[in-house]
Unconditional design. Sequence first.
Length: 219
Amino acid sequence: MTAAALFRLEGVSFAYDPARPVLRGADFRLHAGERVALVGPNGAGKTTLFHLMVGLLRPSAGTVEAFGAVRVREKDFHGVRLRAGLLFQDSDDQLFCPTVVEDVAFGPLNRGLAPRMARARALETLAALGLEGFADRVTHRLSGGEKRLVALATVLAMEPEVLLLDEPTNALDAATAERLTSVLESLPQAMVVIAHDEALLARITRRRVRLEAGRLVEG
């Protein structure tokens, strides 16, 4: 028997402007352990698809099923966001606390971890990304690449089952991008990765899905 999909999108349509649909009956499945590259031209709707998967947007038609349940209302997605970590394309959309450690510990605290345990997890996650010594730095004063790594740390600290990564190497220099890629290679989670970085996709993904004309095409 085939294991149930972590995510199942069936006939999903969406438009910001009804005259210009972004998605037109898109279908998608993600199973445990899969690593999927989501590719397509700029403006094709890749980021929109991620936002539909975690309930930041709602489809005009079709079904979004996550972790075995159909999700329709806002409350349906609360649990999804605990189990699927979304790395936003713009790190400033993800970081809002005064210091790095507060940003990274925020999610674990909201999941009910005691403050001491949440801080310990935040420090452990920062260390895994080569960010030892960053804990008390002021987040908004970081470089673009540093913010990118801290944003990823906020996602990983939640220990999600699925990673939805939107341009994870954006704004990173070659050495930092290599460090991040090595971390992603070592992770056990299922993941979907939007990237124009073909070297990254070749190393961390095993399946490719292309978004074109509002539909998802394998290969």
